[in-house]
Each structure stands twice: as structure tokens, then as C-alpha cells.
Design a protein around this ligand. Structure first.
Ligand SMILES: NC(=O)c1ccc[n+]([C@@H]2O[C@H](COP(=O)([O-])OP(=O)(O)OC[C@H]3O[C@@H](n4cnc5c(N)ncnc54)[C@H](OP(=O)(O)O)[C@@H]3O)[C@@H](O)[C@H]2O)c1
Length: 325
């Protein structure tokens, strides 16, 4: 079996344990132009992230309808020295309903290449460090995607490729036609989204619900040096301070355990929640989506801690709400 100690994507330049998710930049999800306030906020957020040791910034062409990339482009234009200090990844292939058709995913080479042109233009950069296909398109034809990836590699517009929300058989199918390795898969993994672990311990166990996650995805990524990135990693504050008085008892108990462990390890609550992901041997990279400066800084505590096996299991058991089989 291949050794996963130093996955390829962790070894590319400008990598970091935590990734900053830019979905909250660019103001509101509408077609209004970006404002000076949105740009100022982006400067503050980027500074807080870099001060917290973050070197990777996650985008998608759809975030705030392109405005997240636009404000980020303004930050880079004002401070071009930042470009060499960070890695920038973005995603394409989710299409909203428009005059041409309904909501859809689009892995056609024309759409992929066109999307990259638009992403680079909004970000005001020459090359994306990583391009990811955002959600699996049932109409995907790997040979055609390979043509698009080859074109983007030859033109220097994309350095590396990855996917998001894909299961192992989809990655394997796609990879069979590609000349480039897939180096990232970004999926939802968190203390409130446990499906990635459940399938591994509940299969064949009567009485346990089938979660239909696609067992083997975590192992496939580990074996093939594909960096797992977790979106929704803070569970939108569910365990770190959001009002949860209406949530089920096991969620409230998990939040209390997070608070207790934060005091014990002398770190922030955010660090405990993120550490539950980074403690997993798959080297999961959390993609944090907070735009609150104090919360961004609080997340940095995860760089200096490691949960014990016992605390990792205590959090899992509490969050799943019942005993393991
Ligand atoms: N690949 C995909 O399909 C996909 C899907 C979704 C997201 N993403 C990526 O993943 C990143 C993170 O995703 P996410 O934003 O869904 O997850 P998240 O990091 O778990 O949650 C961030 C959100 O939770 C709020 N929050 C966090 N702590 C809070 C607290 N204590 N009290 C109140 N609110 C709190 C934040 O608000 P504040 O800003 O006020 O802190 C922010 O709106 C995104 O930015 C994006 O880059 C990828």
C-alpha cells in the first residue's frame, strides 16, 4: 500500500493545515456590483487568515455570483505581493437556472475552459493553483474532461486539478482518462455530518441506518494521495457558540463537551471541532467559512494541538447520539 504520510497536495508550495473558504466574501448573493465595503472586508479577512497561518484560499465561480472572486481580485490587485505567498483554488461546473436551461452541472470541455477564463479574469491572476469540478455531473465523459484539462495545462492556466463532492468510484472513473492526477477531493465532513465514518462501522449491522455515503471514499483518497478537504467543518457554529437551545439533546451535550475540552487543552472551541477532523490519519484539511475576524484567529489554535484517541471517540459518540455497534 502507498504511504500517505506526505500527500502530494500537502507538499505543493504554499500549503497549510487550514484552508480559508471564501464563500462568505463579496457581500450578498445578488447581481449588484461589489462595493467598497465588500472590498474592505475582504482585505481584513485575508489579513486575519494569513496572520493565522493560512496559505490556501478556496473559491468557486458561483460564490456570491462571482463577487467573492471579484473582491479577492481587488485585494490581489492592490497587494500583488500576496500572490506568491498563497495558493488559490476555485471550482466550476455548477450552473444556475438561466435563459438556456434549468439548474444543472456541466462537465463539458467548453464550459470548463470558459469558466476558468472567467475565474482568472475575476481573480485578476494568470494561473489557478487548483481547479476543482464542483459536483459530479451524471453526464460526465472522462475523455472530454481530459481534453479540457490538457488544454488548461498546456496554456498554463491551471497547475493542478481536483474534484469536490465525489465518491471513490467517480474519481476512479474520471482518473482513468486523465493525464494529470486528481490531488484534492472537497467533501462535507464534520461533527454534525458523520456519514463518512458511519458507513465504515455500521455496514451489515441490522438496526443501523444505511447512510449511503459511498463507503471507501476516504480510503481511496488516502491510497491515491488525494487531499481530503472538509467543507462545513465548523458545522456553522453548532458546537462553538451558536444558539442551540432548540437542537436535540445530543447536539447540546456535544457542544458542552467541546467547551469542556477547549478548557482542558487551553484552546478555542473552534480548534476542538477542527482538531476532530485533523486528528484523523487521512490528513483532512478543514475549509473554514467564517468571516468573523475573531473566529478566524480562534481557528488557528488547531495548529498546535492533537486530540487523544479517547477524546476523539468521546466527541464522535456524543455527536452520533448513541453507542457504536
Ligand atoms: N465544495 C462544496 O460543495 C462546498 C459547499 C459549501 C461550502 N464550501 C466551502 O467551504 C467553506 C466553509 O463552508 P461553510 O461556510 O458552509 O461552513 P462552516 O465553516 O462550518 O461555517 C461557516 C458559517 O458558520 C457561521 N458560524 C461559525 N461559527 C459561528 C458561531 N459560533 N456563531 C454563529 N455563526 C457561526 C459563520 O458565520 P460568521 O462569518 O459570522 O462567523 C459562517 O456563516 C465555504 O466558505 C466554501 O469555501 C464548499
Amino acid at each position: 500500500m502507498k504511504c500517505n504520510k506526505y500527500p502530494l497536495s500537502r507538499s505543493i508550495e504554499n500549503n497549510s493545515l487550514v484552508v480559508f473558504g471564501c464563500m462568505g466574501l463579496g457581500g450578498t448573493w445578488d447581481k449588484n456590483p461589489i462595493s467598497a465595503v465588500d472590498i474592505k472586508k475582504a482585505h481584513e479577512v485575508v489579513d486575519a487568515a494569513i496572520d493565522s497561518g493560512i496559505k490556501v484560499f478556496d473559491h468557486a465561480d458561483i460564490y456570491t455570483f462571482g463577487k467573492a472572486e471579484q473582491v479577492f481580485g481587488e485585494v490581489l490587485a492592490a497587494r500583488p505581493e500576496l500572490r506568491s505567498l498563497i495558493s488559490i483554488q476555485s471550482k466550476c461546473a455548477i450552473r444556475f437556472e438561466d435563459e438556456l436551461g434549468p439548474q444543472r452541472y456541466d462537465f463539458s470541455p467548453e464550459w470548463i475552459i470558459n469558466s476558468v477564463e472567467n475565474i482568472l479574469s475575476r481573480l485578476k491572476i494568470e494561473q489557478l493553483d487548483i481547479l476543482m469540478l464542483h459536483r459530479p455531473d451524471p453526464l460526465m465523459e472522462p475523455e472530454l474532461i481530459a481534453q479540457a484539462f490538457d488544454t488548461l495545462t498546456a496554456s498554463g492556466k491551471v497547475k493542478h486539478f481536483g474534484v469536490s463532492n465525489m465518491q471513490h468510484h467517480q474519481m476512479s472513473f474520471l482518473s482513468s482518462a486523465l493525464s494529470q492526477p486528481l490531488i484534492v477531493n472537497q467533501v462535507e465532513l464534520s461533527l454534525s455530518h458523520l456519514a463518512w465514518l458511519e458507513e465504515g462501522v455500521t455496514s451489515g449491522n441490522s438496526g443501523e441506518p444505511s447512510v449511503n455515503y459511498g463507503a471507501g471514499t476516504i480510503e481511496y483518497c488516502r491510497q491515491n494521495n488525494i487531499q481530503l478537504q472538509s467543507w462545513g467543518c465548523l458545522s456553522q457554529g453548532l458546537f462553538t457558540g451558536r444558539d442551540i437551545t432548540q437542537e436535540p439533546l445530543h447536539i447540546q451535550k456535544t457542544a458542552a463537551l467541546v467547551t469542556q475540552l477547549a478548557a482542558e487543552y487551553q484552546v478555542s472551541k473552534e480548534a476542538i471541532v477542527l482538531s476532530w477532523l485533523t486528528r484523523h490519519p487521512a490528513n483532512i484539511q478543514p475549509v473554514i467559512g467564517t468571516t468573523n475576524i475573531e473566529r478566524i484567529k480562534a481557528c488557528a489554535d488547531v495548529n498546535n494541538m492533537k486530540l487523544t484517541r479517547e477524546h476523539w471517540y468521546a466527541l464522535w459518540l456524543c455527536a452520533r447520539g448513541h453507542a457504536l455497534p
